[in-house]
Design a protein around this ligand. Structure first.
Ligand SMILES: Nc1ncnc2c1ncn2[C@@H]1O[C@H](COP(=O)(O)OP(=O)(O)OP(=O)(O)O)[C@@H](O)[C@H]1O
Ligand SMILES: [Mg+2]
Length: 450
């Protein structure tokens, strides 16, 4: 301010002096007036330049020659503008970081404005609802999601609970279920979260089915047992009749025992650590044990007078090259003997059962059980390893089966990195094989005894 007044005074003095020299006292007065006028004109012109710059947008130019009051105003404005730009850039970076975090969320996230239009949505939400994250921006969510449950949820306006919908990618073979929850925030805005609950729902259904199946499996022999107990208590029976009833009761008790044993095996398989690679089992010994059990079972299931089943097992030479398996010996025995046991149980008298052990070119090995039994229709094959699944319920029950055998086999094999393959032709027989990976197979000579 002081500089401004000093400059004005200097200009007035100079012009006054020039006026006095040219025209006496009147000339001096005219010079002072002209100097003042010229000074304010100059200031006005500088002000106009600053105003012109303030009106334009973009990077502030450096205005040469604009100093003093206007120059300082210009500098301060420029500094404020830069500060503002830095602030906007930082806010933008923060917003992008937030959006990236929401994008990385495993759940679907949609931001809705007060009119229910999509302001932003992440890729997961786009996949859940079949949206296009860019094309559908500012579209009304009510128009895009037409599921009646969602429309009712949106209309009711009570967002304390979630709503469950079918995902857009859902098919009859791969159902997708979603949990959708709206959370109001800001001024009428809503945050819409979606979560894939397909597996949770499937696990719930499996648990319910499992409990229902176990109860059913236990109830049947229990009912029979209770019936016999009542008969024994109420009726005076002959000794041989009594003995027959007791034998039937023992059979039912054995069935329940078998079921509990299988359930315990399954839960042990699910809960224990994976079998390591340092415990080697001799396949010759493993198959010798399976063979002994199979022959005993075959003799038990063959009716008196009927032709015996023909059982073939690999020779010691066939087992020499890749005759050692790494893993848990009991689990391996349970898997292989279950497969052989099924072949023996489901093949009629006089049929043939052949067990094979083959070394594979990739270093792995293949175990196979082929039988000339009834075979299995193709529609049952994908479901055979489900718990309690039986092709012929009454037949399986008659043979003492619980329907858990193949579930145990699949689980045990999976834990050893092996895969179960089932080939069967109705009326011709079946082949169940297990493919063991190279890392779990080696020559028998190097194996340790079980
Ligand atoms: N070799 C086979 N030939 C024909 N059907 C078979 C054969 N193996 C299995 N099945 C069918 O598959 C079903 C499931 O077999 P799985 O071993 O899981 O149960 P299970 O034999 O009934 O009972 P468990 O083995 O628990 O005593 C059987 O009920 C049977 O119908
Ligand atoms: Mg079985």
């Amino acid at each position: 301010m002081f500089l401004l007044a000093l400059t004005l005074l200097c200009v007035q003095l100079l012009c006054g002096a020039a006026g006095a020299w040219a025209g006496g006292p009147w000339g001096a007065a005219a010079g002072v007036a002209l100097g003042s006028w010229l000074y304010w004109l100059w200031q006005g012109w500088r002000g106009l330049r600053v105003l012109a710059w303030l009106r334009q947008q973009g990077e502030p130019p450096v205005l040469h020659g604009v100093r003093g009051l206007w120059g300082e105003a210009l500098d301060r404005t420029r500094r404020l503008l830069r500060q503002h730009e830095r602030h906007v850039a930082a806010s933008d970076a923060r917003l992008q970081a937030f959006l990236q975090a929401l994008q990385a969320s495993p759940n679907g996230v949609i931001l809705l404005d007060a009119r229910g239009q999509i302001e932003w949505c992440n890729q997961t939400a786009a996949e859940h609802f079949g949206l296009d994250a860019e094309r559908d921006l500012m579209q009304s969510i009510g128009n895009l999601l037409r599921a009646p449950e969602f429309s009712a949820y949106l209309a009711a306006g009570d967002f304390r609970q979630d709503v469950q919908l079918t995902g857009s990618a859902s098919t009859s073979t791969h159902p997708v279920r979603l949990s959708v929850h709206l959370h109001p925030y800001g001024e009428g805005r809503r945050l819409m979260l979606s979560r894939d609950i397909t597996q949770v729902e499937q696990a719930d259904a499996m648990r319910r089915d499992f409990v229902a199946n176990v109860s059913h499996e236990i109830r049947t022999p229990l009912t029979v047992l209770a019936g016999f107990v009542e008969t024994l208590q109420t009726l005076p029976l002959e000794e041989d009749e009594r003995a027959r009833y007791l034998a039937l009761m023992a059979q039912q008790a054995q069935r329940m025992q078998h079921l509990v044993q299988d359930l315990l095996t399954l839960s042990r398989l699910e809960g224990s650590a994976l079998p390591g690679l340092d415990n080697w089992t001799d396949v010759r010994q493993l198959l010798a044990r399976c063979e002994q059990e199979a022959r005993t079972l075959s003799a038990q299931v063959t009716p008196a007078g009927a032709p015996p089943q023909r059982l073939t097992f690999p020779t010691a030479q066939q087992l020499a090259q890749c005759g050692a398996l790494a893993g848990n010996p009991e689990e391996l025995h349970s898997a292989l003997s279950n497969l052989i046991g099924n072949a023996v149980r489901y093949t009629p008298a006089g049929g043939s059962i052949s067990v094979d052990w083959q070394c594979l070119p990739d270093g792995g090995a293949r175990f196979a059980v082929r039988d000339s039994g009834p075979g299995i229709a193709p529609e049952h094959l994908p479901r055979l390893t489900e718990r309690f699944y039986r092709v012929d319920r009454s037949r399986s029950r008659d043979s003492g089966g619980t329907g858990l055998g193949l579930a145990i086999v699949k689980h045990s094999l999976q834990r050893h990195g092996a895969t179960l393959q089932i080939r069967s032709v109705l009326g011709q027989g079946s082949e169940f094989s297990a493919l063991f990976p190279a890392r779990r197979v080696r020559g028998a000579a190097a194996s340790e005894k079980v």
